[in-house]
Ligand binder design. Structure first.
Ligand SMILES: Nc1ncnc2c1ncn2[C@@H]1O[C@H](COP(=O)(O)OP(=O)(O)OP(=O)(O)O)[C@@H](O)[C@H]1O
Ligand SMILES: [Mg+2]
Length: 371
């Protein structure tokens, strides 16, 4: 479902970004032999099918296993960032409850299905109230991406949940728990799926690399891990897209494939921002941005991590971060990138002036106290 869409989102970036910025990355030339699983996105091919195959979320898996074993499964609410195993967990749980033919005991609705008030009233009610011949297990209604449901539909769900608790469990999955009305939250047991642990993700990615015989350099692998940021789906999608596009997956290939700015380019940019005069800093960054086809929003996202590593005086750091955050908001509203880039350069020039002033005042104070 969602993962296939994500895969498609990665693929065009490969096609467009790579030629412009392939410094050090060689495109895939030879054809590889196709095997059966080649048609599946790797996120689906390597989706854990049993609860104990899931990595990182051990406390949650343990609790859920115990609830199933003691026949006390409550309604569930899984929330947390993307690619952390919410859908995988619920599907594995459904399989554990009802065996390989679990599909007939599950009603799965996600954001692409209509889940307005009518569906809640009719489809969910019909499924929850119907009896399944030859199956005695619990029925599951999985509402994936529940944060996209209208409030009216969520209110309608309250009553349905209570009415059919005897035979049915409701599982709500979402990224933003604050978009689920409190009345629904209180009817479910909440589990937060945090970003996955790096070392466990690394093992899993290495397993896929071995299975798919990818040619990945150590720098390429750490770039994939860095960009994934605890999102397993992202790491597998980037790996597959790079494998399709390049013979060797090195750092440059990973950044080119995802359209993200290289760390070396960012350091160069930061150097211009801090040291070059306004006009030349603006022109050089603009030239780099155009040559590599980078988006200012991506540049800003990674730039702020570098800024945090520099020891600016505290008031200057506060000023820079606040201004960069404001700039991010403006960019998210679709403002003109060139004007915002000029504004970014201006902000850094102002920060330089503030640093200088801060330093002068500090020197003065030191001189006074020495007298
Ligand atoms: N804990 C995990 N262990 C192993 N693989 C995982 C885990 N979490 C995610 N994955 C991998 O990432 C893919 C996407 O995971 P999943 O669909 O479960 O994410 P999600 O939390 O439902 O994300 P979203 O919030 O975007 O719906 C899976 O197919 C699987 O390959
Ligand atoms: Mg999901």
């Amino acid at each position: 479902m969602k993962s296939a869409e994500d895969m498609q989102q990665v693929a065009p970036a490969t096609a467009t970004a790579a030629p412009a910025s392939s410094g050090g990355a060689t495109h895939r030339t030879g054809k590889t032999e196709k095997t059966e699983g080649d048609n599946l996105p790797w996120v689906e091919k390597y989706r854990p099918s049993a609860l104990d195959e899931l990595i990182s979320q051990q406390d949650i898996i343990h609790t859920i296993s115990r609830l199933i074993d003691s026949n006390a499964l409550p309604h569930l609410l899984f929330y947390g960032p993307p690619g952390t195993g919410k859908t995988s967990t619920i599907l594995a749980l459904a399989r554990r409850l009802n065996g390989p033919n679990y599909r007939q005991m599950v009603l799965e609705l996600n954001a692409s299905d209509d889940r307005g008030i009518d569906v809640v009233r009719e489809q969910i009610k019909d499924f929850a109230s119907s009896r399944k011949l030859f199956s005695r297990g619990l029925k599951l209604v999985i509402l994936d991406e529940a944060d996209a449901m209208t409030r009216v539909a969520q209110f309608a769900l309250r009553r349905v949940i209570e009415k059919y608790t005897k035979s049915t469990r409701f599982c709500l999955l979402c990224n933003h728990v604050n978009k689920i009305i409190p009345a629904l939250q209180s009817r479910c047991t909440r589990f937060r799926f945090g970003p996955l642990e790096q070392d466990q993700m690394l093992n899993r990615v290495q397993h896929v690399i071995q299975q798919e015989k990818c040619n990945v350099t150590p720098e390429g692998l750490s770039a994939i891990m860095r960009l994934a940021g605890g999102d397993m789906r992202r790491s597998l999608n980037v790996l597959q897209a790079c494998h399709m596009a390049y013979d060797e997956i090195n750092e440059a290939a990973v950044y080119a494939c995802t359209g993200n700015p290289l760390p070396s380019d960012l350091r160069l940019m930061l150097n211009w921002l801090n040291n070059a005069p306004l006009q030349s800093a603006y022109e050089q960054i603009l030239a780099l941005q155009q040559a590599k086809g980078l988006s200012l929003l991506d540049m800003l996202t990674y730039l702020h991590e570098l800024v945090l590593q520099i020891s600016y005086p505290p008031p200057v750091m506060n000023f820079l971060l606040a201004e960069m955050a404001a700039l991010e908001v403006r960019l998210a509203h679709g403002t003109n990138e060139r004007i915002q880039l000029a504004s970014l350069v201006g902000v850094f020039k102002q920060a330089c002036a503030m640093t200088e002033q801060f330093q002068n005042e500090k020197d003065k104070r030191m001189a006074m106290s020495a007298k």
